[in-house]
Design a protein around this ligand. Structure first.
Ligand code: M6R
Length: 596
């Protein structure tokens, strides 16, 4: 979703901000803008659409050493030039970019801004107008910003420039991410370390309701009431190479093909020199002593959670419930006597999960997060964390984070109470090899996507048991990047209504990896075939038949989702490629969903 970048230092800021914004592109956006402080003036350039349009529009003759930039994912007002950020106060003294949503916009307008002409439909403009109003009433700038923060309800990460003080960049944060990057002779602000990593790997975590004063040589953090906060920076271990596409045409393809390495990395991170699983005893103690695990997640991470439930219940006999975060908030299930909450989130910044977390923390329950992003909100605000070690995932469609989540869940489940005799790490290393061989069959996936999917309006993935959970993820992949309407369905449930949608040539893809459901799923496939469906089967060798389109080498059945998803990820990729879709940045979607 929206992303902000700010820089103050000694280099011309335009390229730094533009590169930073490009690094945030993966989060999803529909317009972008930049403000540069130069010659006691502020230069602003905004464009609807992609950053390359903004690049082309920028006046190259402007040079400045203080600047802010923004990628906007529209919430208030349509995506156009007027609504895109930066926004300015009436006199043009203050310029601001904002990530988040202000909930009491109307109330503030009525209370404070009656005579002020607003130029956009955004909630953001209220913030910059309020700052100017409080300054006009005699408050010093830092007090006016903190005063404004205290009036705002909702979420914000802000970067602010004051035309009358071009040596300071201001920032503020509440309920949406903001980091300060510490450089040598320069400093930066951004909603994401990724935007700053080419320049520095030293970051200050900024907490809710904190205010920042940044100069080229200092970063000062204050509470909303003005007390100075002392905090040490931390070093991020992101390799800039990991954030580049290299020779790959798309991040999604790169990330699909990184999966075997990610699985091997997870094995090495979670085992000691004797090959024993290494997970903090505190985590194991809390999971063992709870009487039910509640997994909270959204989208792909929710699908990984469904597989995690199978592991906890089958491997370690721990009752588990998986709940979509946005549903949990307003419709909380009846909780067990001693629950433990497990958040699964690639980004660690998903607003729906964060809302559940704050509710759960108030109730005093134990919490654990599985995330790919060290230092993210869900990483910091819980009792325990397990990292996914998948490396930065840039494509909006999640691939390697999904398999990493499943692998870490399997390792955790097997170390709580291994009542099913399974050497998870040994199985995972077999899986990494099988993934590798699946990744060498790209031409096949491309021709299947061409034959079955490219010209289809809709599609079904069907399966039973674990395979059904993989179908849910497979269908999300296909629909989110190719825009083919796809449903993941329990194979046995089709005949209870949905089979009415099957027409001549409707693609139906069956996933079969489990021996006990093999014949049943095959019967269901024959039922749709009889009604004209164009069927294709992805199966595991031991249950395969000659006519199956994709046959996967055998792996432990319980862990089969890790390999069964790979062909489906490729099918989605090639369907989108052949349809000419924007694979890494599908329409309407954001990588990091920071609004509820
Ligand atoms: O960062 P998170 O794992 O919390 O994100 C959750 C979902 O927004 C995410 O998985 C989304 O469904 C992806 N676009 C799926 O590819």
């Amino acid at each position: 979703m929206c992303g902000i970048v700010g820089y103050i230092g000694f280099k011309d800021v335009k390229e730094i901000i533009l590169r930073g914004l490009e690094k945030l592109e993966y989060r999803g956006y529909d317009s972008a803008g930049i403000a540069v402080a130069y010659n006691n003036n502020i230069y602003i350039c905004k464009e609807k659409g992609r950053i390359y349009s903004l690049r082309e529009s920028i006046d190259r003759s402007i040079t400045g050493y203080l600047g802010i930039g923004h990628t906007r994912w529209a919430t208030h007002g349509e995506p156009n030039k007027t609504n895109s950020h930066p926004h300015q106060s009436s006199t043009g003294r203050f310029t601001l970019v904002h990530n988040g949503i202000i909930e009491n916009e109307e109330e503030l307008k009525n209370k404070y801004l009656q005579g002020v002409k607003l130029n956009s439909d955004t909630d953001t403009e209220i913030i910059v107008q309020l700052i100017e109003k409080f300054v006009n009433e005699g408050e010093p700038v830092d007090l006016a910003i903190r005063h404004t923060m205290s009036e705002l309800k909702g979420s914000y990460a802000l970067a602010i420039i004051d035309k009358e003080d071009m040596d300071t960049l201001y920032g503020a944060k509440n309920k949406t991410p903001l980091l300060a990057g510490k450089g040598d002779g320069f400093n930066m602000l951004s909603s994401d370390a990724m935007a700053m990593i080419d320049y520095t790997n030293l970051f200050y975590e900024i907490k809710d309701k904190e205010f920042l004063k940044v100069t080229k040589d200092s970063i000062e953090i204050f509470t909303i009431s003005g007390e100075k906060v002392t905090r040490k920076p931390y070093k991020a271990d992101i390799d800039t190479i990991d954030t580049e596409k290299g020779t790959y045409p798309h991040y999604m393809l790169k990330e699909i093909e990184e999966q075997p390495f990610v699985i091997r990395k997870i094995i090495s991170e979670y085992t000691d020199e004797n090959g024993n699983i290494k997970i903090s005893p505190d985590i194991l103690q809390d999971v063992r002593s709870c009487n039910k695990v509640y997994i909270i997640a959204c989208g792909t991470s929710y699908h990984a959670g469904l597989i995690g439930k199978q592991f906890f219940e089958k491997i370690s006999k721990k009752p588990t419930e998986v709940v979509i975060a946005s549903e949990f908030i307003y419709n909380m299930p009846l909780l067990s006597e001693k629950p433990m909450f497990m958040f699964i989130s690639q980004s660690g910044e998903t607003a729906d999960c964060i809302s559940v977390l704050s509710k759960i923390k108030d109730m005093g329950y134990k919490t654990l997060t599985l995330t790919n992003v060290k230092g993210s909100t869900l990483y910091r605000e819980v009792d325990h964390t397990l990292l996914l070690h998948a490396g930065p995932e840039i494509a909006v469609a999640s691939t390697k984070a999904y398999t990493a989540q499943i692998a870490v869940l399997a390792i955790l489940a097997s170390s709580i109470d291994n009542r099913v005799n399974i050497d998870v790490c040994k199985e995972l290393s077999i899986i990494a090899n099988v993934m590798e061989s699946l990744c060498s069959d790209k031409e096949k996936y491309k021709s299947l996507a061409e034959k079955y999917l490219v010209n289809s309006r809709n599609c079904f993935y069907i399966g039973r048991s674990m395979d059904y959970h993989v179908c849910l993820e497979a269908s999300l992949k296909l629909k989110e990047i190719s825009y083919i309407q796809t449903e993941g369905f329990p194979a046995g449930e089709l005949k209870h209504g949905t089979i009415a949608l099957i027409e001549k040539n409707t693609p139906v893809i069956g996933i079969i990896t489990q021996e006990k459901i093999n014949l049943n799923t095959r019967s269901n496939i024959r039922e749709v075939e009889a009604r004209g469906a164009a069927t294709m089967i992805i199966s595991m060798k031991k249950v395969s038949q000659d006519t199956d389109a994709i046959v996967i080498d055998n792996v432990n059945e319980l862990l089969s989702p890790l390999v069964a998803i790979i062909p489906a990820q490729y099918l989605a990729y090639y369907a989108a490629l052949l349809k000419g879709c924007d694979i890494d940045k599908p329409r309407n979607l954001a990588k990091s969903v920071t609004v509820e």
